[in-house]
Design a protein around this ligand. Structure first.
Ligand code: ADP
Ligand code: MG
Length: 455
């Protein structure tokens, strides 16, 4: 639940980050395109109008002077063509987008002044051409300079304005570039955070659990190895013990029959008999554990299993303060070896009884559910043994399933190891939950036999 909420949080944060990075990237891109456009228009002769007009007017003046010297119609024609071209150029230049309003006003004034200049120059040339025209005392060059003075002064003003505009433009561009750089830095930082988050999420969501699983499988493998070697040894020893034990048992029974009930000898032999039975139990546990038989699987109803276990244990517990409550199970079946599953339940029930000091309840119940078995969701039957005993402290939990680990004076530490190995062989799993001081529930999770499943 908590981890799911956390992964939702990650997903949300990632989406937000992606949006922010997208926005920042888009803004930076737009800003760059704007800059690019501005620079392109700068390259097209912006800031150079004044220079161009000035140079052209000076050339026109020279054309007039040339005409004055040689009086060739070609020069007059050239004047006409070039002046018209410049008039057009000025008109077009006034429409330039990058111009400030001051520049535009100046361009308009230049246009008017230039029109004036062209009109007066043309009139001057016409007067000079007229037969009998009086030659002025003023030299032609000076007259032309006077005529163009107005335009050239305005050009100088425009040049100053253009210089100022260029400075402003450069400053703006620098600012925009700085802004773009910051945006890119932010984008980069965001990307780092995004990638970092993704890596963390990946680690937590996938690699972390995988590592834990790997650790668990390693522990299981190590346990199996330990079990195998211990098992071989134990089996040998147990066999050796079992034979003399059987012989002793026969003799003790004979002896017991020949003794008078109630005599102290009879009592001694009874104790010996009980201890032998206990020893035999231990040896049997050993052998079960060391050489577990392959389960012979048959469809087994939970109800049959429960009633059998109950009839086995009830007589023992009738005399104690422990109440065994068997909840009527639903009509479910598992595929199991009846004898082995019985043994698992008895081991769990015994542990439950041993965890209860004084009075307490043990509940046995079954329910149908779905569980993850062998990595996929499977219809399952869950058999639960719940006790109101003392619970399992954390340090015991760590070694709970270790063979030969026990906290009891006369325990073998094999009960849970055997139970776990049997359940695993049935394709199921053995789980538990516990609360110190309140009790423990062990759950046997087994694949359920579904209705249309034959057998
Ligand atoms: P044994 O019963 O011989 O000690 P087990 O393998 O059955 O060996 O159990 C190992 C240990 O786990 C026990 O000694 C006990 O400390 C603990 N344990 C098992 N089941 C319970 C339970 N239901 N409540 C409390 N402790 C338990
Ligand atoms: Mg036990």
């Amino acid at each position: 639940m908590k981890s799911r909420r956390r992964s939702y949080g990650y997903a949300l944060a990632s989406v937000l980050l992606v949006l922010v990075v997208g926005w920042v990237g888009r803004t930076a891109w737009k800003e760059l395109r704007q800059l690019h456009r501005s620079f392109a228009s700068v390259q097209e002769n912006s800031f150079r109008h004044a220079e161009h007009v000035e140079a052209s007017v000076r050339e026109l003046n020279e054309t007039v002077l040339r005409w004055d010297l040689r009086r060739q119609p070609a020069d007059r024609a050239a004047f006409q063509v070039e002046s018209q071209a410049l008039q057009q150029w000025i008109r077009a230049g006034r429409a330039s987008v990058t111009m400030s309003s001051q520049e535009r006003t100046l361009m308009e004034q230049i246009g008017a002044a230039f029109d004036d200049y062209v009109a007066q120059s043309t009139r001057l040339m016409e007067e000079q051409e007229r037969p009998g025209a009086t030659t002025s005392s003023q030299p032609m060059s000076e007259r032309m300079r006077n005529l163009s003075a107005n335009v050239l002064t305005l050009c100088e003003e425009l040049q100053t304005a253009e210089r100022a505009a260029r400075t402003v433009f450069l400053k703006d561009s620098q600012q925009a570039l700085g802004w773009v750089r910051q945006l890119l830095l932010v984008t980069f930082a965001m990307l780092v955070v995004l990638v970092g988050t993704a890596v963390v999420a990946l680690y937590r969501g996938v690699i972390g659990p995988l590592r834990i699983e790997l650790g668990e499988s390693r522990a299981i493998a190590a346990r199996h190895e330990k079990l195998a070697s211990l098992g071989t040894l134990a089996a040998g020893v147990a066999h050796e013990i079992r034979n003399p034990l059987t012989a002793i048992n026969v003799r003790v029974h004979g002896l017991k029959r020949s003794l008078q009930a109630g005599s102290s000898e009879h009592e001694d032999v009874t104790v010996i008999d009980e201890e032998i039975r206990r020893l035999d139990g231990i040896v049997r546990d050993f052998l079960d554990f060391a050489r577990p038989a392959a389960p012979r699987l048959v469809p087994l109803a939970a109800e049959a299993l429960f009633s059998r276990v109950q009839s086995l244990l009830a007589p023992q517990w009738n005399r104690t303060a422990i109440r065994l409550k068997v909840e009527p199970p639903p009509a479910v079946k598992v595929r199991a070896d009846p004898h082995q599953l019985e043994q698992v339940l008895i081991n769990l029930l015994r542990n439950a009884a041993e965890s209860i000091e004084g009075e307490g309840d043990i509940t046995l119940r079954a329910r149908a559910d779905t569980a993850r078995l062998a990595g996929r969701a499977t219809p399952a039957v869950i058999l639960e043994v719940t006790d109101t005993g003392k619970g399992i402290p954390p340090e015991v939990q760590k070694r709970l399933f270790d063979p030969f680990f026990t906290t009891k004076e006369s325990g073998t530490g094999l009960g849970l190891a055997i139970a776990a190995s049997i359940v695993t062989k049935h394709g199921g799993m053995l789980q538990y939950r516990t609360q110190v001081g309140r009790g423990t529930t062990f759950s046997i999770v087994l694949p359920r036999v579904v209705q249309n499943d034959p057998g």
